[in-house]
Design a protein around this ligand. Structure first.
Ligand code: PXG
Length: 306
């Protein structure tokens, strides 16, 4: 695949990669003070734009960060930046099945060297559109090998896992654990010993025909893909439950898969070098993978005129 040029909007103005800069005094850079979203555009349609923007505003609300844009303006900015991406890369995204990836970042903005957010009068709103590919085709066909990490999911009274903030350091530490073991992802447990999620994906197991994923209160991000997969399971009459997952549940599962905006639905066939199920992506995982692809063709706000 040839390399594409990203399209970048900062506070409503489009820039090339070389010219897209924010200040070193931005508190997003100095303190990780800000929020973000990762969104997909499938066939020219922004997948579940509403839910992503709602989550962005909820994350910002927890940080008492006034975005200064309406939800509609954020969606319009994503549409505009995606059209710019299509124009500079000469790609008709409606006919292209390689989906785009959007990163929306709202940082606290320029301040001084003190922590106090009151010193930052104006947040920076950044939209980046490009492509992203996390896993190879073979990994979707054969499943990922994961590891568990000793890094615990943040407690809700520390850095709430529901907030998609610019503080992803525990995720980075866990990802380093995965890298050291040559694994695709790492699985977080919470301090109570229940599975929470992976570093950038939600986790599901299939046991006795039932699809199970940890409740948000166990330290999972309320994933947009997670929600879509739970809806699809209902549509397909596959029993589903949000419930605690213990280490034995994980190792004894018949099937396991991850969900996330970048990864979509991807099977897991080994954890800590132990085989999950029969070591092949299972039938329910396959059905949900197909149903999800189907959904991405149906759902979304078009980036071109409505
Ligand atoms: N858990 C965490 C901690 C996440 O960051 C998900 C679950 C899945 O949620 P969605 O809404 O995407 O189904 C995420 C998603 C990245 C990257 O840069 C991270 C995410 C999304 C896209 C890219 O690695 N986070």
């Amino acid at each position: 695949m040839c390399k594409t040029l990203p399209a970048i909007s900062i506070n409503g103005t489009l820039y090339s990669r070389e010219n897209a800069n924010v200040s070193v005094f931005d508190h997003g850079f100095l303190y990780g003070d800000g929020v973000f979203e990762g969104i997909r555009i499938y066939g020219g349609k922004i997948f579940r734009a509403d839910r992503h923007v709602t989550r962005l505003f909820r994350s910002a609300k927890v940080l008492d960060l006034p975005i200064g844009w309406t939800r509609e303006e954020i969606v319009e900015e994503i549409r505009k930046t995606a059209r710019e991406w299509a124009a500079i890369n000469g790609v008709d995204v409606r006919n292209n099945d390689d989906p785009l990836y959007v990163r929306v970042v709202v940082s606290r903005g320029d301040g001084d060297l003190g922590l106090d957010p009151r010193k930052c009068p104006k947040p920076n709103v950044v939209v980046i559109v490009d492509r992203i590919k996390l896993y190879a085709k073979e990994q979707y066909e054969n499943g990922l090998a994961l590891v568990t990490t000793a890094i615990r999911r943040n407690l809700p009274d520390t850095l709430p896992p529901q907030v998609k903030s610019l503080n992803y350091l525990s995720n980075v530490l866990a990802k380093l654990d995965a890298n050291r073991e040559n694994a695709a992802e790492a699985i977080f447990f919470n301090t109570q010993g229940y599975v929470a999620e992976a570093t950038a994906d939600n986790l599901f197991i299939v046991s006795n025909g039932e699809v199970v994923t940890p409740p948000i209160s166990d330290g999972a991000l309320p994933g947009i893909t997670r929600e879509a997969v739970l809806e699809l399971a209902a549509e397909l009459s596959i029993p589903r439950r949000e419930w605690h997952i213990t280490m034995p549940d994980l190792f004894c599962a018949d099937e396991c898969f991850l969900t996330g905006t970048a990864a979509r639905v991807v099977p897991v066939t080994a954890i800590n070098a132990r085989t999950i199920g029969n070591g092949r992506p299972g039938p329910i995982t396959h059905r949900l993978m197909e149903a999800f692809v189907d959904l991405t063709c149906r759902d979304g706000v078009c980036i071109y005129d409505k």
